[in-house]
Design a protein around this ligand. Structure first.
Ligand code: NAD
Length: 495
């Protein structure tokens, strides 16, 4: 990576072949009705490709292919060690194509190439590797029955699993869903977001090359209200795993109720609090909190977008936070020295600026970042910090999903916890304190799926990730994710 400068990536992008067809039953194909959607480079405003926009007929075809492959057993009944070997080949292929995949991700989303290359692609490959390694080490159970009976409890794959995912970490979130689902023996149908279909389509080609049987791995790019809805309503999809907004998550619950009562697992929005106490290591807290909100342009579901700071240290915190954030370089995502790239598109950037204007109108002070002028045309938004935010303000309550932090002061521990928990969301939280008892006490009281102490957004393949309240339910990552993609079979044998 060190040897790769802006011109290297520009040159590579000029020679890149962009995948643009759906992937069904092991074959690339246009949408059955020939419809396409345009995927854009948000950093330049240029169209990248016309990609198949799949219809309900394509969803039917993919569901039939997935079902047939599941029933034929070539994957679903293969020995776990066989599935492991194939998934490990996929990991190798992903890492062989690390540059290409990173470039596709950056062109499609505007995220910095350094992050795509160093984090997104190795993270996605590592996730496939982790579940590949895990799957041939899982045993069933024998129940403690009386001596005249034997009862075994075994896990079986569910069947056809559909995954509908967002645009902020396209390949990573794909891996979080598909790696455990495939390792467990399911056949999958993936619908990437309209804005970012490219890496998913390339992954399908690599999966075929790795030896995943035809029909086991299908990718249907398309519109949410068409392709996503058809998957949610399909009677032959057994499980729908989703990451995206809370509003869309609720729709999937409805789709399930209106169709075959498929299992639905939701990873939705967040408004995560970051609690900085006066007894914290202030320098570390300020510096790391910058990453907590501005990493990936703030387009992170668990972004620490509410910074709760104890009154006595507020000014000292702001000074250090602004000093650290000012070092961030906003610019061309293909430049490896860029820290903050462009947002996903100009519509989203306008939405983020709209929240900033609302913050100003409601009386918060913009202490860092550019006040919206209404004249902006591009998708770049510089890191922004609001001081003087109260818990009732819109920027303290709604998910902005951009590089905008709301700083709220508190007097003591009880008030901090009350403000932190006063949200419809509960995805993540951070706590900064050097007091061990406080760290434990506050962590227990916070309503969040993950609490990071003296760091932000701690995450690993080994630990579950997911939310409380309207951030969703079910967990990605760790062995717990396998619960979503398997069902328990009890077998009684009268001896
Ligand atoms: P979104 O809900 O608009 O879209 C997500 C996916 O759902 C896309 O593939 C989209 O095509 C599809 N979709 C949209 N409308 C649909 C409909 N009517 N029926 C079926 N499918 C539909 O979300 P987004 O704007 O792409 O992503 C941002 C959101 O995702 C934020 O709220 C963010 O917090 C959330 N997110 C959550 C996590 C998590 O793990 N909890 C991770 C990343 C993003």
């Amino acid at each position: 990576m060190a040897a790769h400068d802006l011109s290297y990536w520009r040159d590579l992008s000029s020679r890149l072949t962009l995948p643009n067809e759906a992937f069904i039953a092991g074959q690339s194909a246009p949408a059955s009705d020939g419809q396409t959607l345009t995927t854009w480079n948000p950093a330049t405003g240029e169209a990248l490709a016309e990609v198949a926009a799949c219809s309900t007929e394509d969803v039917d075809r993919a569901a039939s292919a997935a079902r047939a492959s599941f029933e034929d057993g070539s994957w679903s009944r293969a020995a776990p060690a066989e599935r492991k070997a194939v998934l490990q080949r996929l990991v190798s292929l992903m890492m062989e194509h690390q540059e290409e995949l990173a470039l596709l991700e950056t062109l499609d989303t505007g995220k910095p190439i350094r992050d795509a290359f160093e984090l997104d692609i190795p993270g996605a490959a590592g996730c496939f590797g982790w579940y590949a390694e895990a799957i041939d080490k899982l045993y069933g159970e024998v129940a403690p029955t009386d001596g005249d009976n034997l009862a075994t409890i075994t896990r079986e794959p569910l069947g056809v699993v559909a995954a509908v995912i967002p645009w902020n970490f396209p390949l990573d979130i794909t891996a979080w869903k598909l790696a455990p689902a495939l390792a467990a023996g399911n056949s999958v149908i993936l619908k990437p977001a309209e804005q970012s279909p490219l890496t998913a389509l390339r992954l399908a080609q690599l999966a075929k090359e790795a030896g995943i049987p035809d029909g086991v791995f299908n990718v249907l790019p398309g519109h949410g209200h068409v392709t996503g809805q058809a998957l949610g309503l399909h009677d032959d999809v057994d499980c729908l795993t989703f990451t995206g907004s809370t509003a869309t998550g609720k729709r999937f619950l409805e789709y399930s109720a209106r169709s075959n009562m498929k299992q639905v697992w939701l990873e939705c929005g967040g408004k995560s609090p970051n609690l900085v106490f006066a007894d914290s290591d202030l320098e570390a807290a300020a510096k790391t909190s910058v990453q907590g909100i501005y990493f990936n342009q703030g387009e992170v579901c668990s972004a620490n977008s509410r910074i709760l700071v104890q009154r006595d240290i507020k000014d000292a915190f702001i000074e250090r936070f602004v000093a650290a954030a000012s070092q961030l370089k906003v610019g061309d995502p293909l430049d490896p020295t860029t820290d903050v790239g462009s947002l996903i598109d100009t519509d989203h950037a306008s939405k983020v600026r709209g929240y900033m204007s609302l913050g100003i109108e409601e009386g918060a002070q913009l202490v860092m970042g550019a006040a919206p002028s209404g004249e902006e045309k591009d998708a770049f938004v510089s890191p922004a910090l609001f001081n003087g935010v109260t818990p009732q303000m819109t920027i303290a309550r709604e998910e902005i999903f951009g590089p905008v932090a709301a700083l709220i002061e508190f007097a003591d521990e009880d008030e901090a916890v009350a403000i932190a928990n006063d949200s419809i969301y509960g995805l993540a939280a951070s706590v900064w304190t050097e007091n061990l008892s406080r760290a434990h006490r506050v962590s227990r009281r916070l309503q969040a799926g993950t609490v990071s102490v003296n760091t932000v957004d701690a995450i690993d393949f080994t630990t579950p990730f997911g939310g409380y309240k309207q951030s969703g339910f079910g967990r990605d990552l760790s062995l717990h994710a396998l619960d979503k993609f398997t069902q328990l079979k009890t077998t009684w044998i009268r001896l």
